[in-house]
Design a protein around this ligand. Structure first.
Ligand code: NAI
Ligand code: MG
Length: 354
């Protein structure tokens, strides 16, 4: 089992260190870790945010554990040299088209949610966002118009692209509460009409999953009015970007939420994937021991489950995190005073106690 570890910038290395501590505590046999530079640190050392050797290391591994990229000192660089290009490059080079973002309320943390506690408690959903298509990757440009300069971006999805993300979502739903909500804007967008028709065609292959459809504007409203109705949500890149941030905000701190980006490549043990917290490099708190490592540790749990076929270890980590949070070892983002390292240590203690 090979894991490429790419800590990156800012709090990336701080939270990744704690995730590695948890991995170490599991004492898995035959595990090899490789560490590579990515983001601003890679630009400073190698002249590129995603050096060829880092990409090769990621390709050769069964999974990638990613921290975060982003460095204010790189803000004035041309776009191709900016740290953020590294994560976009990894997703497209590695064919990672399915972004899985679970959002679930943590017992005892309902007060952190902007929602009423009884609503926050009911959140247990997974957003499956398409990551390689849509308006982000279509033709785009600037042209003259009667109203002055006009920007344009092509939105498109073909059936093959919809099919592969829909398969991922149906399969994810089969492993959960077997309910899938496909989110689109089929009343006005051709892209969405093809999307919806294609998802419906696939539904016959998954008779055990209950499928429904929702327009994106309604989905945004339902997420705050009654989030408990959702199990798995599948949607395109743009709608998924917005809805997944919204769903995670409903849970509470950004320091708690993990993500997986998966493609079609399988490994000896599962599906190849890249795992990262949903937060960025948080330069405002970097180097101060204030970062919450829970998102990174839960990303490790997702890695063990999806890429290494180690469900039991993933469950153990998730239980240890829940136990640690309810024992009130909490960082500043949750109104506590525990440091990054203290939170990691507490989770390791809970892990060893189970
Ligand atoms: P951010 O997620 O880094 O920070 C937003 C706010 O949340 C900050 O106040 C930060 O202190 C706090 N925060 C984030 N993670 C936390 C944690 N684990 N514990 C406690 N507090 C935490 O987003 P921001 O500020 O918009 O971006 C900073 C840099 O990160 C930028 O360069 C941005 O491009 C990059 N970024 C990178 C991502 C990635 O690597 N996938 C994703 C999002 C942003
Ligand atoms: Mg976003």
């Amino acid at each position: 089992m090979k894991i490429a570890v790419l800590p990156g910038d800012g709090i990336g290395p701080e939270v990744t260190r704690e995730a590695l501590k948890v991995l170490d505590a599991l004492a898995l046999p035959q595990l090899t870790l490789f560490e590579g530079d990515v983001g601003g640190i890679a630009y400073k050392r190698h002249g590129h945010p995603l050096p060829a050797e880092t990409l090769e290391m990621a390709r050769a591994a069964d999974a990638v554990l990613f921290g975060a990229v982003g460095d204010p000192e790189c803000d004035t660089l041309p776009r191709e040299h900016r740290p953020e290009q590294a994560i976009l490059g990894l997703r497209s080079e590695l064919g990672l088209f399915a972004n899985l973002r679970p959002a679930a309320g943590f017992p005892g943390l309902e007060d952190l949610s902007p929602l009423k506690p009884e609503l926050a408690r009911g959140i247990d959903l997974l957003v499956v966002r398409e990551l390689n298509g849509d308006v982000y990757f279509g033709d785009k440009g600037e042209r003259d118009s009667a109203g002055g300069r006009e920007g344009w971006d092509d939105m498109s999805y073909n059936e093959a692209e919809v099919r592969r993300i829909a398969h991922s979502a149906f399969r994810a739903a089969q492993k959960r509460r077997k309910k899938l909500t496909s989110v689109d804007k089929a009343n006005v967008l051709e892209t969405s009409r093809i999307w919806r028709e294609t998802v419906i065609e696939l539904a016959g292959e998954y008779p055990d999953v209950e499928l429904d459809h929702m327009y994106v504007d309604n989905a945004a409203m339902q997420l705050v009015r009654s989030p408990g109705q959702f199990d798995v949500i599948v949607t395109g890149n743009l709608f998924g970007d917005i809805l997944s941030d919204q769903a995670s905000a409903c849970v509470g701190s950004i320091g708690l939420l993990a993500s997986a980006s998966l493609g079609e490549r399988t490994t000896e043990f599962g599906t190849f994937g890249l795992y990262e917290p949903i937060h960025g490099s948080a330069p405002d708190i970097a180097g101060q021991g204030k970062a919450n490592p829970v998102a990174a540790i839960l990303s490790l749990a997702m890695l063990l489950r999806h890429s290494l076929g180690r469900d039991a270890d993933a469950n153990r980590i998730e239980r240890a995190v829940a136990a640690s949070l309810s024992s009130e070892v909490r960082g500043a983002d949750l109104g506590g005073s525990a440091s990054t390292q203290e939170i990691g240590d507490a989770i390791v203690r809970h892990l060893q106690a189970t």
